[in-house]
Structure formats: C-alpha cells, structure tokens
Design a protein around this ligand. Structure first.
Ligand SMILES: [Zn+2]
Length: 216
C-alpha cells in the first residue's frame, strides 16, 4: 500500500490499536472496555455484560464512584511519585502522561470530574502542595513517608541528646556529692591544725586565773 493511498477502516483500526490511542468516548469505564468506534460502543452498551454491570452500578452508585475515585487517585499518585518525585510539576503534564495508559481510570467517572477538582482535593488532603499560575495548576507531591522518617530521626537524636544530658547531670551531681563529702574532713582538720594556738590561749588563761584568785 502506497503512502498516500486511503487506508481501509480495518487498517486504521489496527493502527489505532497498535498505538493504544483509542478515543476516550468509545471507552466504557464501568466495564473498562475500549470500543473501537461508535458502532462498537453501541454494541457494547447493548450487551448483556454491560447491562449486568449497569445493574450493579444502579444498586450502589456511591460504592462504585468511591472505587473509581480511589483507583484513579492511586494510579495518578503512583505516576506522580515515580515519574516526578517531590518536584513541582504542572498538573496537566502529569494528567497527560496518566491518560496515555489506555486502561486508565477516567476522570469523569470519579468524584472530581475535572483536573481542577482533583488538584483542589490533593491540596485539601495535604497530599500535594498546589499552586496556580497563569500557566495553570502546579502540584508538588508531599512525601509523608520521608517526612515521617526524618521526624523519627530527629526524635531519636533528641532522645539521645536528652539521655546524654541526663548522664552528664548525674555525673555532675556525683562530683558535687564527692566534693561535699570531702569538705567536713577539711573543717575537722582545721581545728586540729590550730590546736597549738588554742593551747597557748588556754595556757595564758591558766596563767591569769591564779592571779584573779589571789585578788579575791
Ligand atoms: Zn460497559
């Protein structure tokens, strides 16, 4: 087939399938089924499998919405973490990469409906830092595990420092006690040292006493 010859629908379908670029509007989120075109989608919607899924959904729409939302969030954050880490990135850039996966959870079947809604949620739940510029919304993933481990390390360091301080205080106390225990010995030793002078005083008194007696 020449380059400029029109392609058959089958060939086009094949090419689309190979590229994984199928139109989002032909994707049934509920059944996670990609249909090739409008006709295929109509066929799918009329199928028994889809009807069964529809009944399940009707029974518990909130549960399914929750499930879609949590799956979406999980995959979106997984991509954000592994691909961008904690770098600040345009939310739309992450989203464009996210939707490259042809089995991605579609935003319009989640509780957020739009990227803006999602970003708002990420900010409120402190999952990401969110800021808006004229270029759109930017998100920065907050690595809670990293923060937690850093806090843990800081706590441990503080505990170690505290016990070190405590030990130093105990040693200081022991030194002071030991010094205090030595002091009375010095005080006892002092009078002993002065004893000779005391005796001389006594002697002088003894010397004066007899004279006083004699005066009486
Ligand atoms: Zn379906």
């Amino acid at each position: 087939m020449g380059k400029h010859e029109p392609m058959t629908p089958k060939a086009i379908g094949k090419r689309i399938k190979a590229k994984g670029l199928q139109k989002l509007k032909f994707y049934c989120q509920m059944c996670q089924k990609q249909c090739r075109d409008d006709n295929g989608f109509k066929c799918h919607v009329g199928s028994e499998a889809h009807q069964r899924q529809l009944l399940l959904f009707a029974e518990n729409p909130n549960k399914i919405l929750d499930q879609y939302s949590s799956e979406f969030l999980h995959d979106f954050l997984q991509l954000l973490k592994t691909r961008f880490g904690t770098r600040r990135v345009a939310a739309n850039m992450v989203y464009q990469e996210y939707i490259k996966d042809r089995h991605h959870q579609h935003m319009n079947s989640t509780r957020w409906f739009s990227l803006t809604g999602l970003c708002k949620y990420l900010g409120q739940k402190k999952i990401c830092e969110v800021d808006e510029t004229e270029k759109g919304l930017f998100i920065t993933y907050i690595d809670k595990e990293d923060i937690a481990s850093r806090e843990q390390a800081a706590k441990k360091a503080k505990l170690e420092k505290d016990s070190e301080d405590k030990m130093r205080k105990i040693i200081q106390l022991q030194i002071e006690k030991a010094k205090a225990a030595e002091k009375p010995k010095e005080e006892v030793a002092n009078p002993v040292e002065y004893k000779p002078s005391e005796t001389t005083v006594k002697f002088s008194f003894k010397a004066t006493k007899p004279t006083l007696k004699r005066l009486k």
